[in-house]
Design a protein around this ligand. Structure first.
Ligand SMILES: Cc1ncc(COP(=O)(O)O)c(C=O)c1O
Length: 387
């Protein structure tokens, strides 16, 4: 396998790859170099929200490619402005900063929070509270935000000023916030990499109310949960709270790299000219792809996401080999009797690509996965779980 040898010789060994080379795909099907077909139940970790090679998305992206593929943020481009306007229209938030990834969107949120608090309360109000077991990215600052010690060990010293509170314990978080000078509280509505754990509504509403009363910013990291993944455009919408900042990436671009930091009214003017930037941020091709993705995430598709979610949950809950099923929408975690990695390997052999998250099997199929394809995948997953 020449590609495998090339990759191992020349690509940094940060990813332990499966012995599969993906060469093409269509919709929710992927094909490897030997022509074997797989049902894609991972969407490149919640990225290919409309599946592979979606016709409308290709058209939107290629039309922009043939106009201008990139120019500097020194100039206006239509897709960037239109995408920002659409994100604001659909969320009620006020402004958008574009970057290229989830980590970059979170970096922006953290910078905005620190500057807001410094301007309003003083330079010592720099602390950000995040949750234990969270995941916010791989840059030194977003690693510091990530509430999992094992990610921290190799890279000391990380950015300071991050405190971690247990998830779903509002009293503990509020006590921590009272003991420290805090700029913001940041949370994933469903902890994805941590094992697909949704936050409780009671926790989120209590923390949101406390943050509001104390002029502490509430940041929702919707890098994984955003863009229709949980059955609403953004997961915060199901909690009935209004964050000051929402970050997103992954599924927004449908397969091209884009990250967005959405700023509410309170913080829309915090960053001024030159305070922040990104060479590729708001790239017209990525923005055109994202605009198309957003145009497809309508009430009909969201209802489909919820229905397919209910189908998977019903099929897997109580099935042989399953301990529990958690998650929201098409972001589901299956706690398995045998090791999750063994289930994923069995699924792969039978033509289904699934993911893990900690000790769970994680499913993140395309939002528009056809029902018959989903049924086939679920039946293979069930056999793998029971084997
Ligand atoms: C909740 C969350 N935040 C941030 C990130 C980092 O995103 P990226 O890998 O695009 O930098 C991830 C990636 O898995 C994520 O799930």
């Amino acid at each position: 396998m020449i590609i495998k040898e090339l990759d191992e010789a020349f690509v940094a060994h940060t990813y332990k790859r499966f012995p599969v080379e993906i060469v093409s795909g269509k919709g929710s099907l992927l094909y490897d170099a030997a022509g074997k077909e797989y049902i894609d139940m991972g969407s490149g970790i919640a990225v290919s929200s409309l599946g592979i090679a979606d016709e409308g998305w290709i058209q939107a992206v290629t039309a922009q490619l043939s106009l201008v593929q990139h120019t500097s943020n020194l100039y206006y481009t239509e897709p960037c402005a239109a995408l920002a306007a659409e994100l604001c229209r659909r969320t009620g938030l006020a402004k958008v900063f574009f970057g290229n990834s989830g980590a970059e969107a979170n970096e922006c949120a953290i910078k905005v929070a620190r500057k807001y608090a410094q301007d309003k309360k003083g330079a010592d109000y720099y602390n950000i509270i995040t949750l234990e077991n969270s995941f916010h990215g791989r840059t030194l600052t977003t690693l510091a935000a990530t509430g999992q010690a094992h990610y921290h060990e190799l890279f000391q010293p990380l950015t300071g000023g991050f405190l971690h509170a247990p998830a779903n314990d509002a009293d503990a978080l509020i006590a921590l916030a009272r003991e420290n000078k805090v700029a913001a509280i940041m949370m994933e509505p469903v902890q994805g990499e941590g094992g697909v754990y949704p936050l409780s509504a009671e926790f989120v509403t209590r923390v949101a109310a406390f943050a509001k009363e104390n002029d502490i910013l509430l940041i929702f990291d919707e890098v994984q949960t955003g863009n229709g993944r949980t059955g609403s455009l953004y997961a915060y919408m199901q909690y009935g709270v209004t964050p000051d900042i929402v970050t997103t990436a992954k599924g927004l671009g449908g397969g091209l790299p884009i990250g967005a930091c959405l700023l509410g009214e309170k913080v829309e003017g915090v960053l001024g000219y030159g305070d922040h930037g990104s060479t590729f941020g708001g790239n017209p091709v990525c923005a055109a792809g994202a605009l198309h993705v957003l145009s497809r995430i309508d009430e009909e598709l969201l209802a489909e996401v919820r229905e397919k979610s209910a189908y998977i949950v019903k099929e897997l809950t109580g099935a042989p080999g399953v301990i529990s099923v958690s998650g929201m929408g098409l972001m589901l975690g299956i706690e398995t009797e045998k090791p999750a990695a063994d289930v994923v390997a069995l699924c792969m052999a039978e033509g289904v690509l699934a993911l893990t998250a900690k000790h769970k099997v994680r499913l993140l199929p395309a939002l528009n996965i056809p029902m018959d394809v989903l049924e086939k995948a679920v039946s293979i997953i069930k056999s793998a779980l029971a084997e």
